[in-house]
Design a protein around this ligand. Sequence first.
Ligand code: HEC
Ligand code: HEC
Length: 336
Amino acid sequence: MNFHRNHWLLLGTIFFGFIFLGLIIAIGPAYWVQAKVNARPAPQSLTPLQQRGLDVYISEGCAACHTQQVRPIAMDRVWGRPSTSRDYAKLGGPMDVWRPYTPAVLGTERTGPDLANVGSRQPSKTWQYMHLYNPRSVVKPSIMPAFPWLFKVTDHPAVNTTAVPVPAPYAPSNGKVVPTERAKALVAYLLSLHQEAKTTRSPQKSAQAAAKGTAQESQPQAKKTTSSANGATLYSNNCASCHQADGGGLPGAFPSLAGDEVVTATDPTEHIDTVLNGAHGRTIDGKTYGASMPPFGSRFSDAKIAAIINHERTSWGNNAPTVTADDVAKQRAGGK
Ligand code: HEC
Ligand code: HEC
């Protein structure tokens, strides 16, 4: 057998060598990872609409500026908890016959915020539409490009579509802005981006942690002391996108909180209730709003909710009595 003269031997070696390398370098590790990492308990399949939204997300180049991976460092904390391999294992449902799982669009550039958890952080469809139509209409200093081609301007929106309440300087001079199918799909996809609340540790790891004296129970305490509830920061990260930094809201879209009846009321019950449970369909200062106020009760501790509320009660000319974390706790327990 002469390796140099026998072509079958030469090609055969190359062929099987290639398959062998492929197995140990790529296919083996991929299987190992899929088998080893427990996927989320119930990885939700994307609905067909959300899947089309993922295609729009990719084709519009959103991933050029947005990541979907939160790093375990302090500056990333505003975007969610650190991402783990679990978040990406067996993601979503089949895209088609060839793609049994939904691809994770991790991204590499972060010109804009990370979107791994944007569905929880910004659950308002109305806000998402306004922001896509023109980011400046909701975030004044935004450098994100506008995507007006995802919308139609028409004088007569179809009966089952609601027009996007674009505020004055950004609205077209004539007609109403309505989302196209592509915009609806994209927003459905964005709202599907949720981080699973807690990563359950493997029993081994928590045993190790307990042995080292860094048991999980000690963590919440450490958290409490490091994150002193700062109402102004919490407001600017969670409320200003709609109610704006100056509390003035956006006419026709989000109500002003400056001088607002609920925010300046001596009895804070309704104010606390609004922030805990959200609101929809109220008449505020003679106007109604199509958008909803999202609930924040499950996202923030009593102390943080109190801090946000107090920021609103004492800013922008408001001067109403403040509340304590206990007030919030009582109302939460009371189920109101
Ligand atoms: C040129 C870079 C760039 C591109 C391309 C881009 N964005 Fe953005 N995006 C930003 C920046 C910067 C911000 C932060 C300012 C703001 O909120 O508008 C942002 C903010 C956002 C937010 C709000 C996130 C939050 O935490 O409040 C969403 C949602 C979003 N972008 C979605 C998209 C989608 C969907 C696309 C594609 C259709 C896209 N972006 C394309 C730069 C970009
Ligand atoms: C997605 C946009 C959005 C975000 C984010 C948001 N709000 Fe609202 N908020 C609204 C809308 C819309 C209403 C009006 C609800 C209605 O029509 O019943 C509202 C109403 C309110 C009201 C009641 C006003 C009244 O007179 O009844 C308060 C108080 C309030 N928001 C506080 C907050 C606080 C505090 C935060 C942040 C923790 C926040 N909002 C975040 C959209 C938002």
